[in-house]
Design a protein around this ligand. Sequence first.
Ligand SMILES: Nc1ncnc2c1ncn2[C@@H]1O[C@H](COP(=O)(O)OP(=O)(O)O)[C@@H](O)[C@H]1O
Ligand SMILES: [Mg+2]
Length: 306
Amino acid sequence: MKTLEINALSKRYGERLALDSLSFTVPPGEIFGFVGSNGAGKTTTMRIAVGVLRADEGDVRYGGAPVDVHTSARFGYMPEERGLYPKMTVAKHLVYLGRLHGLSTKDARAAMLRWTERLHLSERRDSAIDALSLGNRQRVQLAAALVHDPDVLILDEPFSGLDPLAVQDMAQVIKEKAADGAPVLFSSHQLDLVERLCDRVGVVREGRLAACGSLDVLHSAGPARLFLQVDGARADWPDRCAAVAAYEAHEDGILVELAAGHDENDLLRAAVDQGRVRRMAWQRPTLTEMFRDLIEPAEPAEGAVR
Ligand SMILES: Nc1ncnc2c1ncn2[C@@H]1O[C@H](COP(=O)(O)OP(=O)(O)O)[C@@H](O)[C@H]1O
Ligand SMILES: [Mg+2]
């Protein structure tokens, strides 16, 4: 298995610059989470990576060589707009896609049986696609991306609209593919899932990579705050505490940002005077907290209700 490289991609749609020299790499066996708000450029990047769209500048490489039709045939792609034939049965659909990817009918049928079993679709093999629940349709989409046993997985919002059980299955399969050595790139705006699943994360905003790195690195780059729980204290005591630059209620206590020149001992001393200190701990921000500003649209979409 080889590294997938996204190399300085730029893409314009008319006046609109959708990608602005975007680069990142996904080594073999890595799960790379691609996050960003609507319109950030995730789908455009993935469509270029699998070769259904051309970049204006930059290229995509796999194992150092530019991706062409032969390499991209070894990619498994789950598009955002679900391209299933609604009247076909699940089994026919998957066999057909396997054949399209060059499998013999026999191998395509074996792969269909294997993946429908693995994704808990065995009972739905003879159902038409349009008779399936949304969750099951997503499972078929994933099976469709996997049926030819691809070397690379590129999944565009694979978790959107899934029920919790389907999320589990999807996450499990992604992990297995990565454990087999495939680079896995998936997009999501659900940061909790990204946090659970990914080795590295890239945050895209307006076609540029706003942040990229391992979760550990991204976490340690975020501002740490102190969680503090003080029983019997007046709720507004931090307002009068010199060690507190800012604070907010959090669970059964408060999260404190220390004022410059103060440390946790200053805060603790002040807290002890206010009541009984039950708990004090450093807390790293979650991805959702760190990237709230990056992920949420800067302005509400036209007509959107806040
Ligand atoms: N076919 C298209 N024609 C014109 N503009 C497009 C087209 N596809 C995407 N865009 C624009 O490109 C930008 C990036 O879109 P997209 O890659 O779909 O973002 P994301 O997947 O992160 O939501 C958006 O501003 C979007 O409106
Ligand atoms: Mg998209």
